[in-house]
Design a protein around this ligand. Structure first.
Ligand code: SAM
Ligand code: SF4
Length: 336
């Protein structure tokens, strides 16, 4: 029977505010090999007694349930999703699920030069690669890894492998990379890729860092508009970025500004953590456990019903403006 609140007439998931959800970010692991200063400054530490990650079969059942509810875009994220030994198997199986039209991954670029081709073969059509500096020394300082060249070669390898959509994620960090804004813009001038500036988000574990390094996205949009960049209309299934184009630039610039007014009104995504918790908001108070319903194919109808019934809990907006970043310790924990 159709759930009148949580399912739209065409069978897609929606919430109380008529927002539609065709896009799910799936965390494959909360483990990461990098130690980004705003995310895991002391590296990944396994919590005692933490439940195991979802198995490949559990992940596949989860995606099948979402696909039955009209979700057509999946992003594999983490932690660092590509360090999961079964990463290629997961990507191949997810991309083959009926209804999934776009499979994306967000990665720190680890071993990307030699792996890009295999990602394309596994059905990955979109990739976001994180780079917070184009200067080796600063890249090392932010990530604690001397891998900028590997990341840059990885971007070229993705182009050569024919991955359709290539984006670079750059977190705006006052006093660390705000002197590189024009270098980042120049980076996409002759490349068919989009670079997205992400406003630093406060989490449970980075509030002092946030106070020191948060830079408003407004500085970027003012800079772009003053130098001839124009805002583009939002496309279906798009992420949270406002995109800009320039007649003299092949590549585009995006801006993700969660502190801007109305950021939540176009929310079209849900998240599932590596242990199977459905998070309705990145900055919510916790997740809803789906794992008990991922144990057999026969549970699929019940799983679908449970996902629908949880949509009622999706809040109209986050509460970041009041300094409340919810229960998220860092973005690696539930998939950024
Ligand atoms: N490890 C992968 C990576 O770094 O691309 C995927 C997971 S990471 C959590 C996803 C994205 O979230 C990255 O682009 C990262 O820079 C961004 N991120 C992490 N913590 C953040 C924060 N506190 N504020 C804004 N962006 C953040
Ligand atoms: Fe790892 Fe990504 Fe977090 Fe950096 S931002 S520590 S690469 S999960």
């Amino acid at each position: 029977m159709r759930d009148v609140i949580n399912i739209a007439n065409d069978g897609e998931l929606q919430d109380r505010f008529a927002r539609r959800f065709q896009y799910v970010r799936l965390s494959l692991t909360d483990i990461c090999n990098f130690s980004c200063s705003y995310c895991l400054p002391n590296g990944f530490r396994k919590q005692k007694g933490a439940p195991p990650q979802l198995s490949v079969d559990e992940l596949i059942r989860l995606v099948r349930a979402f696909a039955a509810l009209g979700v057509w875009k999946i992003r594999l994220t983490g932690g660092e999703p590509t360090i999961r030994p079964e990463f290629l198997e997961i990507a191949s199986r997810v991309s083959a699920i009926d209804g999934i039209k776009k499979l994306a991954v967000t990665t720190n670029g680890y071993r990307l030069p030699e792996r890009a081709e295999s990602y394309a073969q596994a059905g990955i059509t979109a990739i976001n690669i994180s780079t917070d500096s184009l200067k080796s020394e600063k890249f090392n300082k932010i990530t604690k890894h001397d891998r900028l060249l590997e990341v840059l070669d990885g971007i070229t390898a993705c182009q050569n492998a024919g991955i359709e959509t290539i984006k670079v994620n750059t977190v705006l960090l006052k006093g660390l990379n705000d002197d590189e804004l024009t270098d980042f813009v120049a980076f996409v001038k002759d490349r068919p890729i989009a670079l997205r500036f992400i406003e630093l988000m406060r989490t449970n574990s980075n509030s002092d860092y946030f106070k020191r390094h948060h830079l408003s996205g407004r500085k970027v949009s003012d800079m772009l508009e003053a130098s001839g960049w124009s805002k583009l209309p939002r496309t279906a299934g798009a992420g949270p970025a406002i995109e800009f184009s320039h007649p003299d630039s092949t590549g585009r610039i995006g801006l993700i500004a969660p502190y801007s007014t109305d950021f939540c009104s176009t929310c079209n995504r849900l998240r599932v953590s590596a242990i199977g918790q459905l998070h309705l908001c990145l900055f919510g108070e916790g997740g809803f456990d789906l794992r008990p319903l991922l144990q057999s194919d026969a549970m699929l109808p019940e799983l679908i019903k449970r996902i629908c019934s949880l949509m009622i809990h999706k809040a109209p907006a986050h509460d970041l403006h009041n300094g409340n970043s919810g229960a998220t310790p860092h973005l690696a924990s539930i998939g950024g």
